[in-house]
Design a binder for this molecule. Sequence first.
Ligand SMILES: Nc1nc2c(ncn2[C@@H]2O[C@H](COP(=O)(O)OP(=O)(O)O)[C@@H](O)[C@H]2O)c(=O)[nH]1
Ligand SMILES: [Mg+2]
Length: 182
Amino acid sequence: MSLQRGLQVKLVFWGPGCSGKTTMLRAVAKLYPGMVAAGPVEVATSEGRTMWEDYLALHARTSIDLVVHVYTTTGQRRFLHTREYVASGADGLLFVADSRREALDEDLRSWEELNAVSPRGTPMLVAANKQDLPDAASAGEIAELLGVEAGLVYPTIARDGWGVGSVFRGLLLASLRRYVGR
Ligand SMILES: Nc1nc2c(ncn2[C@@H]2O[C@H](COP(=O)(O)OP(=O)(O)O)[C@@H](O)[C@H]2O)c(=O)[nH]1
Ligand SMILES: [Mg+2]
């Protein structure tokens, strides 16, 4: 967070491979077309897997001139160092869980990794993504799996943008409240 030229906020999407982080970033860009200042930029392998990070900048020209930098991390296990680097200095973290039942083990592994590397007190919300799939675990089940309050878990369908605005605004507010609202 920087106040030098308006207010600059860094938000990071974290989660296991294929949970929908890149799709979520694209959905955010679609929700706020008038505010997109840069991106989405995607650094992917030839198979479309995120290799390094994706990046989107939103600029709200309000009285405080707010710039929101949004990054997604690569979910692939072997890229832990890249993830830590991309997530460092985050003002807010969104854990994008894959709600398919066969993905729940990977969700838990990725969640534990996030909690091991992120500084205590960083605002964190969870998206229980892929709610359109018939076997999807509910937001409540994801909350129980991760051991967090149900109110921190938002159901989403990143592929069509459903629920993405709510969780994104919630994360932005939580990251700002930390500095502004006390
Ligand atoms: N059914 C369904 N598929 C999704 C959803 N969000 C993402 N996907 C799909 O999941 C796959 C992985 O998504 P991607 O955004 O690349 O995942 P990432 O590895 O977390 O960046 C892609 O085929 C997406 O189209 C969703 O809400 N529902
Ligand atoms: Mg990706």
